[in-house]
Design a protein around this ligand. Structure first.
Ligand code: SF4
Length: 692
């Protein structure tokens, strides 16, 4: 007899409610949960992959050890013993920083990992701490920290109530909302227009989101900062500045006025490719709208001026009175609040990477420095790498250089369910129970959600005999590396969750959530300033010194050489989610998605044809990839999706191998970064194209 199980999908940030029909340990169907208080029945095709992942024959179930080219199953005890011995030995010989850790994107989608990996970091006591943050959203965090006092205190677009949505470099129809947890985003966006509002999209590609936008403008990659400064300039020129209720606790308005003086729409026209008339019109419409919100994501985050962009986006919302009010940018009030006890602190540049002196932020170094930190001899060189649910060979800039570096490590251990392009270099892989075998509460993405809600999902299936949860692995490793003699007392993440819920603002309990499998709606986002601010003086700083100083970089003319005349940007399809879902047949079948998009006129000039193979070369490498001629990409810009490149030897991803594609990060350049934070600048990698 079949049964129904309700849970949240934790594959992406949207945390959609799903309804799983199952019998005898087999998933029969996965559908959207119409009674889920937040997602209202919406799911995307990726949810179906939860069945594929659960049944995947390539998924590791026991620890494995690499002996030559062979992988042998070993016991957990033997695996932990060897990891403990090797890490302690290397730290004794070379110091604590000789061991590095990289945590990938799924770390934040698993509360077992999220609530326990910090203890492992403390046990390792290394400054060589890397994560996917610095190839994704570090500039968001940096702007939030400098302006509001904490990197996680990020304003979220109140998309359900706004009248004007200005989107830069984001594609919510493919991402389902990012740093804006918004399941069923398509209807949320359509509703803006139904209530007479407007969506304006700025992107070098006419993306899927352009389908629902009222207007789309191409913009030259990496020039968004000039557009944003010109909008600020116009807002001042047109007397559209009115922070309203924020006036009493906001500083720096006049500094912004002075800064923006020289950045007129006319200056921005050539730099961005958007006419001064249109820039001025957008700014005036934004400033005059009943409510409006400006939002930027990957396209403006992973570029040379990512931090400046996010500062200016926040500033535009604040200057126009569209901050901390309905329809603008607002802060959330989650039931389990990671910020409940947070305090203002200096978390920037307390140490630097050894080779290039890139700054630490939030206890992390930019991952653009990882390969050189392994490959460069000298005191402090990384000798051991631990990865947790990450695939930096495919997801970080110049993956080829990282591969070469990984070969030189003394020891590598990975917490992962697959032997992928990165973990194949590990000596030991520890696979946690995963997906349907685990419980879920979204500790992070409720902090970024467009509506306050809480939902707990129990495991659907028991973990396999002898398997371990992620939190068990982290607690065991932390315990051993801390050198504690007392026996380990394992504590499930539910204990911390229940505590946080009970002492949270809604005084809920885990028990209450267990009784509400469709989730508990906690209402619309509410004004909460200045109380929610975490700056020491409880004020908003519109002109943080670090960011104001960084404007100097805008004066340095970007060099565009004839050698590399095209700007390369990434892209993502609705069925993609970084690299790790490519082993799901249901998600990769059909037309090859790993193509290079080339503008029709550029293609004609170069003699390219649809489907023809193009050689793409950057400073760091070259790939050969089928050409897809399109009117949806700006002239002078080309696009390759990220997360592919599965043809490498030694990878055990049978499905992904049949849809291998090429890795965008065999072209991206670890030297091209947002120099303020060290975040990778994937947008506007310079390349040349040749017909093969
Ligand atoms: S949008 Fe994200 S959370 Fe929702 S079903 Fe798709 S992958 Fe899962």
């Amino acid at each position: 007899m079949s049964e129904i199980h309700y849970r949240s999908c934790n594959l992406c940030e949207a945390i959609c409610g799903i309804e799983i029909k199952h019998a005898d340990g087999v998933v029969l169907s996965i559908a959207g949960d119409k009674n889920d208080s937040f997602s209202r029945g919406h799911i995307c095709p990726k949810a179906l992959a939860l069945k594929d992942i659960y049944e995947d024959l390539n998924r590791l179930k026991s620890p494995v050890k690499r002996i030559g080219d062979e992988w042998r199953e070993i016991s957990w005890e033997a695996a932990f013993d060897e990891i403990e011995t090797r890490i302690k030995d290397v730290q004794t010989r070379f110091g604590r920083n000789a061991v590095a850790i990289f945590q990938g994107n799924p770390s934040v989608h698993n509360f077992g990992t999220l609530l326990n990996s910090g203890d492992l970091l403390k046990a390792l006591k290394t400054q060589n701490n890397f994560s996917a943050t610095s190839v994704d959203q570090l500039p968001h965090h940096f702007a939030a920290w400098t302006m509001f006092g904490h990197p996680l205190l990020m304003p979220i677009p109140d998309v359900d109530r706004t009248d004007y949505f200005l989107i830069l470099g984001a594609n919510p129809l493919a991402s389902n909302g990012s740093l804006m947890t918004a399941p069923d985003i398509i209807n949320r966006l359509e509703n803006i227009k139904k209530r007479g509002g407007k969506i304006v999209l700025i992107d070098p590609r006419r993306t899927e989101t352009a389908r629902v936008a009222s207007e789309h403008f191409f913009i030259k990659p990496s020039s968004d900062v000039f557009l944003l400064l010109a909008i600020v300039n116009t807002l001042f020129a047109e007397n559209l500045i009115n922070p309203e209720q924020l006036n009493d606790f906001t500083d720096g308005v006049e500094t912004l006025r002075e800064i923006s003086n020289e950045f007129t729409p006319e200056t921005a026209e050539n730099l961005t490719g958007i006419s001064a008339v249109e820039i001025r019109r957008i700014a005036i419409e934004f400033g005059a709208a009943k409510s409006a919100v400006c939002y930027g994501r990957m396209g403006v985050s992973v570029q040379k001026f990512g931090s400046l962009c996010h500062w200016l986006i926040n500033s535009i919302n604040i200057l126009t009175g569209n901050f901390d009010r309905a329809g603008g940018a607002m802060f959330t009030a989650p039931a389990f609040d990671l910020l409940a006890t947070a305090k203002s602190a200096n978390i920037f540049n307390r140490w630097q990477s050894r080779v290039r002196k890139l700054p630490e932020f939030m206890g992390e170094l930019p991952v653009a420095a990882l390969s050189e930190e392994i490959a460069t001899d000298g005191k402090g060189q990384i000798k051991v790498l631990m990865t947790s649910c990450g695939n930096p060979v495919l997801s970080t800039p110049n993956g080829g250089a990282l591969e070469k570096a990984l070969e030189t490590l003394e020891f590598m251990v990975s917490i992962d369910i697959y032997i992928n392009e990165t973990t194949k270099y590990a000596d030991i892989i520890l696979p946690p129970a995963t997906g349907l075998e685990t419980s879920h509460y979204d500790v992070i993405f409720n902090l970024f959600a467009v509506r306050n809600q809480a939902k707990y999902s129990a495991p659907l299936f028991p973990k396999q005999e002898n398997a371990k949860y992620d939190w068990e692995i982290f607690q065991e490793l932390s315990h051993r590396l801390n050198g504690k003699d007392a026996p380990l007392n394992l504590v499930p993440p539910e204990v911390k969750l229940d505590f946080g819920l009970k002492f949270g603002r809604y005084q809920m309990s885990l028990e209450e959530l267990r009784k509400n499998p469709h989730g508990v709606d906690l209402g619309e986002l509410q004004p909460c300033l200045p109380e929610r601010l975490l700056t020491e003086d409880k004020r908003i700083n519109l002109a943080p010194a670090l960011l104001v100083k960084d404007l100097e970089r805008l004066k340095v003319e970007a060099k565009e050489t004839d050698e590399f005349p095209f700007a390369l940007i990434g892209r993502r399809h609705l069925r993609d989610n970084n690299s790790w879902l490519h082993n799901s047949e249901i998600l990769v079948k059909g037309k090859n998605r790993c193509t290079i998009l080339v503008n029709r006129m550029d293609a004609e000039n170069l003699g390219f044809e649809n489907g023809g193979v193009v050689k793409v070369t950057s400073r760091v490498g070259a790939v050969e990839i089928p050409c897809e001629i399109s009117d949806k990409i700006m002239r002078g810009v080309v696009s390759i999706p990220h997360g592919y490149g599965h043809a490498r030897q030694g990878v055990r991803l049978d499905v992904a191998r049949n849809h291998a594609g090429v890795s965008l990060n065999d072209l991206t350049d670890e030297r091209v970064i947002d120099e303020l934070t060290g975040n990778a600048a994937f947008s506007n990698v310079r390349v040349r194209l040749e017909l093969m």
